[in-house]
Design a protein around this ligand. Sequence first.
Ligand SMILES: [Zn+2]
Length: 183
Amino acid sequence: GATVGDLAEQLDRPRRTVARLVNDLADAGLVDTADGVRAIDEVGPKRAIGAVRETLESRERIAESRLAMMRAYAETSHCRRRVLLEYFGVEAPEWCGNCDGCERHEAHQEQERAQQHAGTDSASDASPLHVDQAVHHEEFGPGTVMGVEPDRVTIFFDAEGYKVVALSALETGVLTARELASA
Ligand SMILES: [Zn+2]
């Protein structure tokens, strides 16, 4: 197959532009780049354009979901460190005790303690899902759990990006866990 450099020369376009297009085509499953750039099969221009558009739209959704996650980080009243770690799919304690979110939380807790001495808070989060778990969603397709809360999970979907899904989706079968085959 031709190299990206060959194609750029033949098309008289910047190498970077051609490389990006080739990546889009590869993501859309239209070209194979394992050994130079090669078309995978006889796809008409209509199908090719459709596939590339789908890939670009998927990328746009993922970028938008990243933005939404960043907004959530900026606006959270929870532990900021936890939100950030979960963005990267790292398990984190609910409260780190060192950020402004935790400070506000502690102040709030103290206020509540002062107001009512009685009351037991049993925080048992026996979630059926865990970070890094592979899942499948009826609408959003395959994804990976990035963060777990008592009532909801944050999932990175391959084609959609980050989404927060209520745990009740498990009960209705909309969301299913795909256990990794390990002994
Ligand atoms: Zn914190």
